[in-house]
Design a protein around this ligand. Structure first.
Ligand code: SER
Length: 627
């Protein structure tokens, strides 16, 4: 059965049971400051689980786009993905356990056709401290359900310590069989809702000796063991409690919140033990093979999985109607991280061409455009942003790799790693990967220790620099100094355009005669580069751009894309100066001022000198000549 059939069958099945099928909510949650992304189907429905009336009634079903950023490092193990579709059904104070458990079982065994013998379940063992009893009601229902298929389902205590024996129903406590947005009861803040849950697991097969061959072989195997024999395919949460100042109290209504991973249900229905070996990923994996010049998924599983998952996730986040582009902040930062990780892993498996991510993304959009039409609506936005981010990152990476090659491989230090990160955004993990790939020996602890020390020092220095920078680095506020100060903003923007995004201001000193400006860049500028910078600045002057400022928080400045030093106290307001307007913005920078009102008064910009100013830093002296 294809994933598309399973999704449809699920929705049809619950429609038959009186559910209204509702569209997936946005991946970018509304009115939920606690989280950046929708990571379960339940999140957008919280107000209704708490008693508000839902316009579609008390029985709802959907397939919810979900993203779990915390799983980003887990991808590559066959069963984790950051993006997934969660099949969900809800009772908003309507039906409860005795309907929910048989329905889900029926869906799995009759609609999807899974063998009931391969299904195992868990239930909540209770917690006297919070006054919630063990879930014997669910146990009795499960026994009844299995009995109808001819299976005698035994319930077993402490399977995690004693092993599962011949049991089919297992008790677990707060960590495994209680669900709330913040996890176990002890972690729930006042006002949060949650309750006991009952999970269904699929047995991928003891016959494969998964446990005996795994690193858990000395511990007993049970459904929540990590050996890979069992996989959880659905969770019925009985949301009936709210945490109050006094403890756990019953909600005015008893709810069901069911969530099942479409990827995993599809996987077991297709007889696989790997979500990536289903039709949900086959298209993009084939594309990756083509792009890499014929590398096989089977030989490079983790890399292929990271690329497929990350690009898919990035497509869905950017393709949401509230879609966000890559940036340095919040959700945009995650998009940036996803794309950059995909590009890195792409490099590792030999994808050498440029502009490839959009080709892979095309496959994702094609596959989902009918089910999630927002992807089709926002196709251009996805493709443009993806391509732009890939290009930006590729440029920086290549420069970083060149520097890496120049490094003294006889004694690799944390300072090397830090310099690469600082100047090129070359990530530490990639530094280690490159060392391994080149068989270079190093002491990981010492490299990491030094790297962390340098990072701390840098952050402290930036803070000091920020304080100084806001004072201006200006000799005075005379007209000449002010003009040169505006010219410095134009120059920084021009440098970044000509040399790349690794360029940041490191310091400045401006008198009435000249500006002196230090910036991060590892090598001497060529004459062509200097001329290009001069030309760009003089064009901006000739353009007669207005110069304006706005006050905003650092976070807003980051979202706005302003250049500057961001380490600062939370909530502090900064001034952001913009040169240009509308579609024609030349520079955006955090700065205390002052500046001229319009660039047309600046005269002619000329670079007088370009020289080193310490490791990885260059210094320019420049003037404005009156015309
Ligand atoms: N809220 C539960 C989960 O995310 C079930 O939907 O697992």
């Amino acid at each position: 059965m294809t994933s598309r059939e399973i999704r449809q069958k699920y929705l049809d099945f619950f429609k038959k049971q009186g559910h209204a099928v509702i569209p997936s909510a946005s991946l970018l949650p509304e009115n939920d400051p606690s989280t950046l992304f929708t990571s379960s189907g339940m999140q957008p429905l919280v107000p209704y689980l708490m008693g508000e009336k839902h316009p579609e009634g008390t029985r709802l079903a959907d397939s919810q786009k979900s993203f779990r950023a915390e799983d980003i490092e887990e991808v590559g193990d066959n069963r984790h993905s950051t993006f997934f579709e969660m099949l969900g059904n809800w009772s908003l104070g309507d039906y409860f356990k005795k309907e929910q458990l048989p329905w889900f079982f029926e869906f799995l065994t009759k609609e999807v056709g899974l063998d009931p013998k391969r299904l195992y379940v868990s239930v909540y063992s209770g917690n006297a401290e919070i006054g919630v009893e063990r879930d014997t009601v669910s146990v009795e229902i499960w026994k009844e359900i299995f009995k109808k298929t001819g299976i005698e389902a035994r319930d077993i205590e402490d399977a995690d310590k004693k092993g599962m024996g011949d049991g089919r129903i297992f008790y677990y406590g707060d960590k495994k069989n209680w669900w709330s947005r913040s996890g176990a009861p002890a972690n729930m803040p006042v006002g949060e809702i949650g309750g006991p849950d009952s999970e269904v697991f699929y047995d991928l097969g003891a016959e494969l000796n998964r446990h005996e061959k795994s690193k858990w072989k000395d511990e007993p195997c049970h459904v929540n063991c990590d050996c890979g024999r069992f996989i959880e395919i659905g969770n019925s949460v009985f949301i009936e409690f709210v945490r109050t100042e006094k403890g756990f109290e019953p909600l005015p209504q008893k709810n069901v919140d069911f969530g099942g991973g479409l990827e995993r249900i599809t996987m077991v229905s297709q007889g696989q033990d790997n979500i990536f070996e289903t039709d949900l990923y086959s298209g993009i994996l084939e594309k990756i093979t083509l792009l890499s010049g014929g590398k096989k998924y089977r030989d490079n599983m983790s890399s292929f999985e990271v690329i497929a998952d990350h690009l898919k996730a990035a497509c869905f986040i950017m393709g949401d109607d509230k879609g966000v582009a890559p940036s340095n902040t919040d959700q945009g930062y995650l998009v940036r991280r996803l794309i950059r990780r995909a590009v890195r892993y792409g490099k590792q498996i030999g994808i050498n061409k440029d502009h490839w991510t959009k080709e892979a993304a095309g496959i994702v959009i094609e596959k989902y455009r009918e089910i999630y039409p927002e992807l089709a609506r926002n196709e251009k936005f996805i493709i443009n942003n993806l391509d732009e981010e890939e290009t930006k990152f590729a440029k920086t990476l290549n420069k970083g790799l060149k520097e890496f090659e120049k490094m003294d491989s006889g004694k690799v230090t944390g300072q090397d790693a830090f310099n690469l990160f600082q100047t090129y955004g070359f990530p530490l993990e990639m530094f280690f990967e490159e060392l391994d790939r080149n068989n270079i020996k190093y002491d990981k602890d010492s490299v990491m220790g030094e790297y962390n020390r340098q990072m701390q020092k840098h952050q402290d220095m930036s803070r000091t620099a920020a304080a100084g920078k806001f004072k201006g680095g200006l000799a005075d506020h005379s007209e000449e100094v002010t003009k040169l100060h505006t010219a410095a903003h134009l120059m920084l923007s021009a440098l970044r355009r000509v040399l790349g995004d690794h360029v940041h201001q490191k310091g400045s000193n401006i008198t009435a005669e000249r500006l002196r400006f230090d910036f991060s860049h590892p090598e001497k500028m060529t004459d062509e580069q200097k001329q290009a910078v001069e030309r760009l600045v003089n064009e901006a002057i000739a353009g007669g751009f207005p110069v304006k400022y706005e006050e905003m928080t650092l976070d807003e400045a980051r979202v706005y894309g302003a250049e500057g030093v961001f380490e600062s106290k939370y909530g502090e307001k900064v001034k952001v100066y913009t040169v240009g307007e509308g579609n024609n913005i030349f520079s955006k920078e955090i700065c205390g001022g002052p500046h001229v009102d319009n660039t047309s008064s600046l005269g002619k910009f000329k670079i007088k000198k370009e020289e080193s100013s310490g490791s990885g830093t260059r210094r320019i002296k420049a003037v404005l000549e009156n015309q």
